[in-house]
Design a protein around this ligand. Structure first.
Ligand SMILES: [Zn+2]
Length: 920
C-alpha cells in the first residue's frame, strides 16, 4: 500500500507495477506506474518531465454491445450526455470552455465493448480539469433540457453517416449476422431508437445504463503530465475515489457471430459511389488471448505480401485487382473476422471466383510451407526495430491508447502489447488456417450494378444474400496452382539498425544549405537528438510545366501513381523493413518523401530516382490506374460537402490548384500514346530543393545529388513560382456549389492580405477564443449540425480564419443567417473577453508555438515546411510567438473589429444539394 497525504485525508492506492516492471522502448523517456485505487479502478500514471500539457483518458468496459435491445445507441448517447453538466458544474458548456481556455482539446468515442474519454490541457490546470472531467463518472446530471437538445446532435450524426459508405456496409454486415449476437445492434442511435418509453423515460434509461455499467471496476484511467508519479497518484485518488466501485458485471457473449446459414455465402451490396470491391471474410474465434503470438498478423503478413511472385502480384498482373489488404476485420470477445479486401478492376468483376480460387491456393501454400520459425523471426525483427526505435507518441494519443491497452493486455504489456511476438505457435496457426475454408467464409461484393432483393432498414442500403453454388465450392476447393510463391528472405531485415556516430565537422542545431548545382539546393541536418537511426529525405521539385495547365497537372498525378505502382513491387521488402516513400504533384511541381532506417534511406532515394529516369509503363496498368483516378475524382460531389468546400476554397484561392472535376476531364482526353510521348516534357525545366534530416551524413547524399543532376540537368536556376493567394476582394463574396450529398454546408472565410507575424498572431488568437463560442452557440445551443467549428489556415503566411457548419437539419441560408448573427454579435463577444482570458489564450498559444519537437518526424515536418516557405533561418514560429506575447488586448480587439467590419475581405462558400427544393 502506498499512502499519500492530501488536505488531511489519507488516500491510498495499491501499486500493481512500477516503471522497471513495465516493458518500454529504449527511446521512451517517460516513467510509468500502475496502481489500483480502493474502489477497484486501475490507473496508469505517466510522468513526462518536460511536458507542458497534461493528458487524461478514461476507458470503460461499456459500449454499444451493452445497449438494451429496446434502446439501441444508448451507450453512444450517454457518451454525449456526460459532457453536459454535473452536480458541481451544471453548466453544459463548462467543461468544453475550461479545456479550450487552457489550451487543450477533448474528445470521446463509443466502441463495441469499450468507450473512451480523453482530454489534454495546460499542465498547470490539470487538477481543475480533472475535477470537471472525473465528475462525469460519478455525478452526471442528465438534465432534461440537454437530453432534448443533444438528441438532435445524435440524429445529425446519424444523418451524416447515412452517406458514409463504410457505415452503410457495416450496417448490412450487422443485418446479416446472428440477431442474438450483440454485434447485430445499431450503434449510433437516432430519434426513433432513443426515446421515452411507457413508464421509462429516456432520462431513466440513461441513469439505469450508467448505474449498471459505469463503475470503477470496469474503468481504467490514465494520467500523464510533468507531475511526479506521487503527485499523479494523488490526483488519481483525489478525483477518482468518488466513482462507485460497483460489481464487475460478468460479460460473456455466448452466441456465435454468424448462424450457419450466414456462412458459405456471397453478399452483394450496392454502394452509393462507383466502387468495385471484393472482401473475403473468414470467421475466426476471438484472438484476445493470442496477442503475445500475433498469429493472425503473421498470416496476414504472408497473404498481403506484395513483392515479386506474390498473390497480389499475380492478381495485379492479370489486371483483376488494384489493391489487396489482408487481416483487417471486426473483432471482439468471441469473434474475429479475417478479411482479404481487394479493390477490383472492371475485368476483375468478371473473374471473382478465379481470384478467390487463387487465394485458396495461397492459403494452402502457407499451410504447407509458410509456417517456418525463420519467417516468423524475420517479421519479429522488423517489429522489434519499430519498437526499439519507436517515435514517441504524442501524449494526447498515448493516454487513450494506454487506457484501452490496460483493458486488454497484462499490465506489464500496456506499451509493448501491440509489438509482442513470443514465437510461432503452430497449433494456433493451424487452427486459424483450418478456419479458412469455403463453408466458413463470407464473400462480399460491392458494386452498383449487382441485382439485389433486400433493403437494410436503417441506412437503406440495397443488398442480397446468396449461398455459394456447388460450382463455386468446387472451384475454390480445386486449388489450381497459379505459380505464386512465398516471400524470399528479406535483405533489409538482415542487419540490425544502429546509430551512426556524429563527427565533429557535421553541422548540428539547424539545417545548412549547400548549392550543389545551379538549380539544386541541398539542405542537411545530422540530428540524433531522438536517438533514432532514421532519416527523412524530402525532395521538392519545382516544375513549371507540371503546374502550367490542369492537363499537365492531371497527367503528372497519373505519372506519380504509375511510378508508385512500379516501385511498390520492387521496393516492397524495403517497405516491410520500415522504409516508406510517397510521390505526389503539388502547387510548385512535385514532392518525393522517403523515410526509414538511415543506412538505407539515401540508397532507396537513389534507386527511386534511377527508376524515374526512363520508366516503362504498361498500357493495361495505365488504363486501370487512370480509371481509378477518374472515378475517385468524379465522386467528389458525393463526399461530405464540407470536404468538397475545403478543396473548392483552395482552388479559388491558391494558384496552380485545380478542381478534381476538371482534372478528371483532362484525364479522359489523354491517350496512352500521348501520355508516353509527352511525359518527359513535364521534367524539361526543373529546380530542386533537397532536405536530408536524421541520422544521415553529408557524404551519403552525393549519389542522390548525382542522380538528380543526371535526370533533370539542373544547370539553370529557375525564377520562383508566385504562390500568393487570390485576394478575396477580387472574388465574389458568395459562392454556392451544387453537390450530390443531401446535407447543406457553409464555410465563412475571413482573410488578411498582410502576411506579417503580428497579423498571423491576431488570427491565431481569434481562432483560439472564437472556437468555443462558435461551437457553443451554433452546435450546443442551436443544434445546427454535427460538424461545427473554426480553424486557422495560413496560405503562404497570409492568415485566414474559417468558420464551418455542415447540417442535415437546416439549409445553407439558415446556416449563413446564423453565422451572420454570430458575426454581428462580434462587438459584444469581443467586449466580453476579459484580460484574464486573453492572457491565458496568449500564454497557451505561445507555448504551443515554441513547444519542443516531440519526435524526429515532427521536427522534419517543421523544418521542411520552413524551407519550402522561404523561412530560411527557421525563426518564423518564434517570431509569431513574440508577436503574440507583445500584443495588447486593446490592439487585438481593435484589429479584430476591423477584420469583421471589412466585408470585402470575407467570403461565404455554400454547398447545397443539386436537387434541393427550397419550397419543400
Ligand atoms: Zn457521437
Amino acid at each position: 500500500m502506498m499512502a499519500t497525504e492530501s488536505s488531511g485525508v489519507t488516500l491510498s492506492a495499491r501499486v500493481i507495477l512500477d516503471d522497471q516492471d513495465i516493458t518500454k522502448s529504449p527511446t521512451d523517456q517517460r516513467n510509468y506506474r500502475i496502481v489500483e485505487l480502493d474502489n477497484g479502478m486501475r490507473c496508469v500514471l505517466v510522468h513526462e518531465a518536460e511536458a507542458r500539457q497534461a493528458s487524461a483518458a478514461l476507458a470503460v468496459a461499456a459500449g454499444h454491445f451493452h445497449d438494451p435491445h429496446h434502446a439501441q445507441g444508448l451507450a453512444h448517447f450517454l457518451e454525449h450526455m456526460l459532457f453536459l453538466g454535473t452536480k458541481k458544474y451544471p453548466d453544459a458548456t463548462s467543461y468544453q470552455s475550461f479545456i479550450s481556455a487552457h489550451g487543450g482539446n477533448h474528445n470521446a468515442w463509443t466502441g463495441t465493448e469499450f468507450s473512451n474519454y480523453y482530454f489534454t490541457v495546460d499542465a498547470n490546470y490539470f487538477d481543475q480539469a480533472l475535477d470537471r472531467f472525473m465528475r462525469f463518472f460519478h455525478e452526471p446530471l442528465f438534465a432534461q433540457k440537454w437530453i432534448e437538445k443533444e438528441l438532435q446532435s445524435i440524429e445529425s450524426e446519424f444523418q451524416l453517416k447515412r452517406q458514409d459508405e463504410l457505415r452503410r456496409l457495416y450496417q448490412v454486415h450487422k443485418a446479416t449476422s446472428n440477431p442474438k449476437h450483440p454485434f447485430s445492434k445499431f450503434s449510433v442511435g437516432n430519434l426513433s431508437t432513443l426515446k421515452d418509453q411507457p413508464n421509462n423515460s429516456l432520462q431513466q434509461q440513461l441513469r439505469d445504463f450508467f448505474q449498471r455499467w459505469y463503475c470503477a471496476r470496469r474503468m481504467t484511467l490514465v494520467l500523464l503530465g510533468p507531475q511526479s508519479l506521487e503527485q499523479l497518484t494523488e490526483l488519481a485518488s483525489t478525483h477518482a475515489q468518488a466513482v462507485k466501485s460497483g460489481c464487475a458485471d460478468v460479460w460473456d457473449i455466448d452466441e456465435p457471430l454468424y448462424l450457419s446459414e450466414q456462412l458459405g455465402i456471397e453478399l452483394h451490396v450496392n454502394p452509393i459511389k462507383d466502387a468495385r470491391r471484393l472482401i473475403v471474410t473468414f470467421a475466426l474465434p476471438g484472438i484476445n488471448d493470442d496477442y503475445a503470438n500475433k498469429t493472425t498478423s503473421y498470416i496476414a503478413h504472408l497473404l498481403g505480401y506484395e513483392g515479386p511472385g506474390s498473390l497480389f502480384g499475380y492478381l495485379r498482373d492479370k489486371h483483376w485487382i488494384n489493391t489487396l489488404a489482408a487481416g483487417g476485420g471486426i473483432s471482439g470477445s468471441n469473434f474475429k473476422d479475417f478479411n482479404i479486401n481487394m479493390q477490383l478492376t472492371e475485368q476483375g468483376m468478371a473473374h471473382r471466383d478465379e481470384i478467390i480460387a487463387a487465394l485458396f491456393h495461397y492459403i494452402q501454400l502457407i499451410r504447407e510451407h509458410g509456417l517456418n520459425p525463420w519467417r516468423y523471426d524475420e517479421r519479429r525483427v522488423g517489429v522489434m526495430n519499430a519498437f526499439n526505435f519507436q517515435e514517441q507518441p504524442r501524449a494526447s494519443d498515448l493516454a487513450p491508447q494506454l487506457a484501452v491497452n490496460l483493458q486488454h493486455y497484462l499490465a506489464e504489456d500496456i506499451i509493448f502489447g501491440d509489438y509482442r511476438m513470443d514465437g510461432l505457435f503452430q497449433p494456433k496457426a493451424h487452427q486459424f488456417l483450418d478456419c479458412m475454408r469455403p463453408d466458413n467464409m463470407r464473400i462480399t461484393v460491392i458494386h452498383k450494378d449487382l441485382p439485389t432483393d433486400s433493403i437494410e432498414p436503417i441506412y437503406g442500403s440495397h443488398y442480397a444474400v446468396h449461398p455459394l453454388s456447388q460450382q463455386q465450392l468446387e472451384t475454390f476447393r480445386a486449388c489450381t496452382p497459379t505459380g505464386v510463391k512465398l516471400p524470399d528472405p528479406n535483405p533489409y531485415l538482415a542487419e540490425p539498425w544502429q546509430l551512426q556516430s556524429i563527427s565533429s565537422d557535421e553541422p548540428t542545431g539547424l539545417p545548412r544549405a549547400k548549392q550543389t548545382a545551379p538549380a539544386l539546393m541541398s539542405w542537411h541536418l545530422h540530428d540524433i537528438d531522438f536517438r533514432q537511426p532514421k532519416a527523412h529525405l524530402y525532395l521538392g521539385f519545382q516544375l513549371p510545366n507540371v503546374v502550367a495547365t490542369p492537363a499537365n497537372f492531371a497527367q503528372t498525378r497519373l505519372w506519380c501513381e504509375l511510378m508508385l505502382d512500379i516501385l511498390n513491387e520492387q521496393c516492397y521488402d524495403a517497405e516491410i523493413a520500415g522504409l516508406h516513400f510517397n510521390l505526389y504533384p503539388q502547387q510548385q511541381g512535385m514532392t518525393l518523401h522517403v523515410t526509414g532506417p538511415a543506412h538505407y534511406a539515401p540508397q532507396l532515394t537513389n534507386t527511386l530516382l534511377q527508376a524515374m529516369l526512363a520508366p516503362e509503363f504498361c498500357q493495361q496498368r495505365w488504363k486501370d490506374l487512370r480509371q481509378r483516378l477518374m472515378t475517385n475524382w468524379r465522386q467528389a460531389l458525393l463526399h461530405k460537402p464540407l470536404n468538397f468546400l475545403f478543396s473548392h476554397l483552395n482552388v479559388q484561392l491558391q494558384p496552380h490548384t485545380y478542381s478534381v472535376l476538371d482534372l478528371a476531364e483532362e484525364l479522359e482526353r489523354l491517350s496512352f500514346e500521348d501520355f508516353c510521348a509527352s511525359s518527359p516534357q513535364l521534367f524539361t525545366q526543373a529546380q530542386v530543393q533537397l532536405f536530408a534530416h536524421g541520422d544521415v551524413k553529408a557524404e551519403q547524399l552525393a549519389p542522390v545529388h548525382e542522380a538528380l543532376s543526371t535526370w533533370l540537368g539542373l544547370a539553370e536556376p529557375l525564377a520562383p513560382i508566385d504562390l500568393t493567394p487570390a485576394a478575396l476582394d477580387t472574388l465574389p463574396n458568395k459562392v454556392t456549389v451544387n453537390t450530390q450529398h443531401p446535407d447543406h454546408a457553409v464555410i465563412a472565410v475571413i482573410q488578411s492580405m498582410q502576411n506579417s507575424v503580428q497579423q498571423q498572431g491576431v488570427f491565431m488568437l481569434l481562432n483560439q477564443m472564437l472556437q468555443p463560442r462558435f461551437f457553443a452557440q451554433l452546435r450546443t445551443e442551436q443544434q445546427l449540425g454535427y460538424l461545427v467549428g473554426t480553424t486557422y489556415l495560413p496560405m503562404q503566411q497570409y492568415p485566414h480564419l474559417l468558420f464551418y457548419v455542415q447540417s442535415s437539419r437546416v439549409d445553407n441560408q439558415q446556416i449563413e443567417t446564423a453565422m451572420n448573427e454570430f458575426f454581428d454579435d462580434m462587438p459584444t463577444l469581443l467586449a466580453d473577453i476579459t484580460e484574464e482570458e486573453f492572457d491565458k489564450a496568449r500564454q497557451s498559444l505561445t507555448q504551443q508555438l515554441t513547444e519542443k519537437d516531440s519526435s524526429l518526424r515532427s521536427r522534419s515536418q517543421r523544418l521542411w515546411s520552413a524551407i519550402t516557405q522561404q523561412d530560411h533561418d527557421f525563426s518564423r514560429l518564434t517570431r509569431i510567438a513574440s508577436a503574440i506575447e507583445t500584443l495588447t488586448m486593446d490592439a487585438f480587439k481593435a484589429e479584430s473589429k476591423h477584420l469583421f467590419n471589412n466585408k470585402s475581405g470575407q467570403m461565404f462558400l455554400s454547398a447545397c444539394p443539386a436537387n434541393f427544393d427550397r419550397s419543400r
